[in-house]
Design a protein around this ligand. Structure first.
Ligand code: 5AD
Ligand code: SF4
Length: 446
């Protein structure tokens, strides 16, 4: 590669989960520290970071087609500098370097704090790959949080030791690691100073977070939430994603005791058949999952539930799929994500017998999503007529219209004299399948 001018503008494109959104923000902050600014809307950027996701199929193909689109018909001096980050970078870094000469940098999710050094090399015409997994060193090397959204993310835990047989995360994000308590309290305070009203604590297995508080006592996620709730100016706390195996009594109790902890729980179940769950190496049964939800609901009766589902896991029969539908009926989710099983290279399930035909998966996904959509709309309708607090997150499509989130993570839109970051009381007037129309009642706080 030829040496090139230092990039002046950047664009970070994040795919996949909220952890990637967080990482994307942190990479943007680092580029900002170097004086590189976001490319104006509609204009090409000098540097494009593709922050990729590897969880389901076609992830790598998408990266190559994005690279193709960015470089099509352009000579090297006209094409943007490209960095591939995220989980595809971790899993297929060397291949990307070999197949895509237009890529200058490949950087894994545990190594992106080294992006500035890699950028220096790239400007000299040197391509660089860094997919090391140093235990959590990254966070200490990142710049301080200076700007953020009213609803912000805070990564508290990374990695996974659960080894569900379909999942690539233990390989791309490594072993479970918790960030230290003190760092998290400090970062949360910084986020609030920068304008955050809500913080969602993130982790692939967020409920496995553990640490030591400032008195040296061992604390779990509930303890961390209790202490973050004391941060002045922070109005709302959420966390995601949890694994049923790590949900302890203290966390359940926290839902009943801490007002700032929002009444929402994302707890993936994946399937309703115990045989399938066992083959997935999930540690719960349908029954134990339902019992766990009952305990959460006892602590917080208005808790909204969310989940993840996979249809067509190898060997899943029609009857076993029906058990997933039965479980959905039993729970009544407020929202959920559902996916067709996608064999991930290197995972145990990819080589299991009984891979399910695509048409069968399509049909199952359609039926599952119909049931989930029905329940989501029913949940929204059940909140019609209620007045609740909404955090204003952005402008709506029409002038004077605003969009925010209810405590149950529903999108609500309404008109009125408010601003982004305001907490307002909104009456939920009319429920749609994906959002609610509301009427502004009063401002709560600026
Ligand atoms: N195929 C389909 N869906 C998957 N997920 C994880 N791995 C796979 C896979 N191989 C889904 C799970 C998980 C969510 C983040 O993505 O439902 O909870
Ligand atoms: Fe995708 Fe998982 Fe990586 Fe998130 S951690 S970006 S869901 S592969």
């Amino acid at each position: 590669m030829k040496p090139t001018n230092s990039p002046k503008t950047y664009r970070v494109k994040s795919f996949g989960c909220q952890m990637n959104v967080y990482d994307g923000e942190r990479m943007a902050e680092m580029l900002g520290e170097r004086g590189i600014v976001p490319a104006p809307e509609g204009e090409d950027a000098d540097l494009v970071v593709l922050n990729t996701c590897h969880i389901r199929e076609k992830a790598a193909e998408k990266v190559y087609s994005d690279i193709g689109r960015l470089t099509k018909g352009k000579t090297q001096d006209k094409a943007p500098m490209i960095a591939v980050a995220g989980c595809v970078a971790q899993a297929e870094g060397e291949e990307i370097m070999a197949r895509a000469p237009a890529v200058s940098m490949v950087v894994g999710p545990q190594a992106y704090h080294r992006l500035p050094e890699m950028l220096d090399k790239a400007v000299q015409g040197e391509r660089a790959t860094d997919t090391d997994m140093p235990a959590i060193a990254k966070f200490a090397a990142l710049p301080e949080r200076k700007r953020t959204n009213p609803a912000s993310f805070l990564t508290v835990q990374e990695g996974c030791d659960k080894f569900c047989t379909y999942c690539v995360v233990p390989y791309t994000r490594g072993a479970e690691i918790s960030r230290p308590y003190g760092d998290l309290v400090t970062e949360a305070r910084k986020l609030v100073d920068a304008g955050a009203k809500e913080i969602t604590l993130l982790g692939q297995n967020v409920s496995a977070w553990s640490g030591e508080d400032d008195k040296g006592h061992a604390v779990g996620l509930a303890g961390l939430i209790r202490d973050l709730a004391k941060v002045d100016g922070l109005a709302r706390i959420r966390y995601t994603t949890s694994h049923p195996a790590d949900m302890d009594d203290d966390l359940i109790a926290a839902h009943g005791e801490i007002d700032k902890l929002m009444p929402f729980l994302h707890l993936p179940v994946q399937a309703g058949s115990d045989r399938v769950l066992k083959a997935m190496n999930r540690s719960h049964t349908a029954e134990s999952y339902l019992r766990l939800l009952e305990r959460f609901r006892a602590a917080r009766p208005d808790l909204a539930l969310s989940g993840d589902f996979i249809v067509g896991f190898p060997g899943e029969t029609d009857a076993e799929f029906e058990e997933t539908l039965k479980l959905v009926d039993a729970v009544g989710y407020a929202q959920a994500f559902s996916f067709k099983y996608s064999p991930r290279p290197g995972t145990p399930a990819a080589s299991m017998e009984g891979q399910v035909a695509k048409e069968v998966m399509d049909d199952r996904l359609q039926r599952l999503q119909a049931a989930l959509n029905r329940d989501q709309w029913a949940f929204n309708r059940a909140t019609e007529g209620r007045t609740c607090e909404v955090l204003v997150e952005r402008k709506g499509k029409h002038p004077g219209q605003w969009l925010g989130k209810t405590p149950w993570l529903q999108s609500a839109w309404f008109e009125g004299d408010v601003g982004i970051g305001d907490l307002v009381q909104v009456e939920l007037v009319e429920a749609g399948p994906n959002s609610l129309a509301g009427r502004l009642r009063e401002r709560v706080a600026a």
